[in-house]
Design a binder for this molecule. Structure first.
Ligand SMILES: Nc1ncnc2c1ncn2[C@@H]1O[C@H](COP(=O)(O)OP(=O)(O)OP(=O)(O)O)[C@@H](O)[C@H]1O
Ligand SMILES: [Mg+2]
Length: 262
């Protein structure tokens, strides 16, 4: 099976070298956890290290803001767009929202919702074929789940992931953190893999940690690993555990020092 290395320092060794080609992987996490950084780094490394063009789909942030934030890590996304190696497409969440609301008012849910979803998917596919993208990053799926009806939401998510799977791209999709750990969301079942970014405090110290919840067909790591967001992007400490068998509490200070040395 061909593997797609993410290029994220310390991460690929946790999943036997990379994602399985053409899989759809979910990346979950709360605000500021580093989801957009992870995805941008995945696309950037794909272009720079593996010569694989990528498409970034944003529902919330504007492309200008994404480029500005990523510039902070030294990633010149503007140049890659000019070189036709990268596309950043923005799906207008307000227009999408309006469609859903209107469809609910008129009671014609299916038609309007499908029209919108179809438009979004066509827009993504056009960019994928335009630059022959191999990597796709979608930020975030939560933006699509705006209907109050859970059956409706399930239908949207199913339809979206099913279509994305046919794009011949290895896809990373973000999803906001699942507040109810007892009830997993539909996308967590549907995706081939789920990576969770968790931020919590131990003794007043802020700890960022990553867990691979699942990765079908992969003998993946099962330990909670610390990571940092540095000037060079995300660095995962694959040899350390946050709370391991030996209750090895990782020091964030140490992470910062290691990050600077890299
Ligand atoms: N150069 C840097 N060095 C250290 N930390 C940084 C740096 N740049 C950004 N960060 C951290 O990364 C966080 C933002 O990460 P990112 O935007 O990827 O999170 P996110 O999970 O996408 O958040 P949201 O859910 O709000 O979209 C900032 O809040 C900050 O803590
Ligand atoms: Mg984000």
């Amino acid at each position: 099976m061909a593997r797609v290395p993410t290029g994220i320092s310390g991460f690929d060794e946790l999943i036997e070298g990379g994602f399985i080609e053409n899989d759809v992987i979910l990346l979950t996490g709360g605000p500021g956890a580093g989801k957009s950084t992870f995805g941008s780094q995945y696309l950037y490394a794909g272009i720079m290290n593996y010569n694989e063009p990528g498409v970034y789909v944003t529902f919330e942030e504007t492309p200008a803001r994404i480029m500005r934030n990523m510039w902070r890590h030294g990633w010149d996304m503007e140049r890659l767009i000019k070189e036709n190696k990268l596309r950043i497409i923005r799906v207008d969440p307000i227009a999408y929202d309006r469609y859903i609301m209107r469809s609910m008012e008129t009671g014609q849910q299916g038609d309007h919702e499908n029209a919108t979803l179809e438009t979004v998917l066509k827009q993504i596919y056009a960019s994928v074929t335009e630059i022959d993208a191999k990597r796709l990053f979608i930020d975030s799926l939560t933006s699509l789940k705006i209907s109050p009806d859970p059956v409706h939401v399930r239908h949207i998510v199913l339809e979206f992931i099913k279509n994305i799977e046919s794009f011949d791209c290895t896809t990373l999709i973000t999803s906001e953190i699942n507040k109810d750990p007892e009830n997993f969301s539909v996308e967590e079942y549907l995706a081939e893999g789920v990576i969770c970014l968790k931020v919590f405090r131990i003794d007043g110290e802020r700890i960022r940690s990553l867990e691979i919840l699942k990765m079908r067909g992969v003998k993946h790591d099962e330990v909670l690993r610390p990571y940092v967001i540095s000037d060079k992007g995300i660095i995962v400490y694959s040899d350390h555990s946050v709370i391991g068998k030996e209750a090895d509490v990782f020091s964030l200070q140490r992470c910062s020092i290691l990050g600077e040395e890299d």
